[in-house]
Design a protein around this ligand. Structure first.
Ligand code: TYM
Length: 328
């Protein structure tokens, strides 16, 4: 029986952090074993905010290397760059004719980003979720594994698929959102009321996947907690809860085992241990990344192959869409 499909993507902007790793990449690594997986590097999305062209070019290769270093197997899964499969932009245009301005005005990511980039609120930034819907629907996936901040975009994707099917006949499979139970929203270290974010003003916000051991120790030591003393899982103590969630995910231990381990311990002791757990968990990934990033040809070959595989699937859906709409 054919495996059911998944699709997801990350923007090649700034640096990847442990929120991206936990919310997206770790899920992908597990799901690729049971699904026909497509992982996109969404460079067309990246240019909705100003990018340095040379830096963007390098970021694309670095993100591909990071996908592989994190455990995505390019033989098993398709890794590809969005702009190299032209069907994404083409389907995006068709879906634009179904998306309502009022749908897009509701998007919280647009509201946040336009506040952050008020000097450059371009049409692409507004239209971003429609291109994301095209990314997804072209591959007819069963599920879309992402972090919680992308839930609203996946919901819009479902709405657009349903709207299209209603108007033109059943072309799209309506995909489901897949969030992990814990870690779908990792919070910022310097402000646990906000999500950890690549575009944060301060690097105290996040732990980058490429941070050195010393930097990780320093950032965890400085992470905002509260004036309490007991190391227990209490969602109301947002800073500590976030750190404990990270401990759970990176150590694989249960809540009860963690609380027992740190019974009577101070926050400082817990934080020191957490830093070591994260360092140990990231170190194999960092070693693989350092080796991969030197081999530009190898990465390019993977991306070439990925573009061909993605193109073959995307073309079929785009043809169905064009035929249904009367453009075929
Ligand atoms: P991006 O590049 O901002 O983030 C990539 C992935 O990381 C997840 N993530 C988080 N998960 C947990 N905690 C956090 N603090 C955290 N921050 C980020 C995101 O939810 C995402 O899964 N619009 C998307 C990219 C995209 C896409 C797609 C995703 C474009 N087309 C098609 C899926 C399918 C974005 O900006 O992700």
């Amino acid at each position: 029986m054919a495996k059911s499909r998944i699709l997801s993507g990350i923007q090649p902007t700034n640096i990847l952090h442990i929120g991206n790793y936990v919310g997206a990449l770790q899920q992908w690594v597990t799901l690729q074993q049971t699904h026909d997986a497509f992982f996109c590097i969404v460079d067309l999305h990246a240019i909705t905010v100003k990018q340095d062209p040379k830096q963007l070019h390098d970021n694309i290769r670095q993100l591909a290397a990071m996908y592989i270093a994190a455990g995505i197997d390019p033989k098993q899964s398709t890794i590809f760059v969005q702009s190299r499969v032209s069907a994404h932009a083409e389907l995006g245009w068709v879906l634009n004719t179904l998306a309502k301005v009022s749908d897009l005005e509701r998007m919280t990511q647009f509201k946040d980003k336009s506040a952050q980039h008020h000097e450059n609120i371009n049409v692409g930034l507004f239209d971003y979720p429609v291109l994301m819907a095209a990314d997804i629907l072209l591959y007819q996936p069963e599920i879309v594994p992402v972090g919680d901040d992308q839930s609203q975009h996946v919901e819009l994707t479902r709405t657009l698929a349903q709207r299209f099917n209603k108007q033109f006949g059943d072309v799209f499979h309506v995909p489901k959102l897949q969030l992990r139970k814990e870690g779908a929203r990792i919070m910022a270290l310097d402000d646990p009321t906000k999500k950890m974010s690549k575009s944060a003003g301060s690097n105290a916000n996040y732990i980058a996947l490429t941070d050195s051991a010393d930097v990780i120790r320093k950032k965890i030591r400085r992470a905002v907690t509260d004036s309490g003393s007991q190391v227990v899982f209490d969602p109301k103590r947002a800073g500590l809860y976030n750190l404990l969630t990270l401990y759970r995910i990176f150590s694989g231990m249960t809540e009860a085992a963690i609380e027992k381990k740190f019974a009577g311990a101070k926050y400082g002791d817990f934080k020191a241990d957490l830093a070591e757990v994260i360092i140990t968990a990231l170190s194999p990934l960092q070693e693989r990344y350092a080796a991969l990033i030197k081999d530009e040809k190898h990465i390019e070959a993977i991306l070439d192959d990925g573009a061909k595989r993605a193109q073959a699937v995307a073309e079929v859906t785009l043809k169905k869409v064009y035929d249904a709409v009367g453009l075929g």
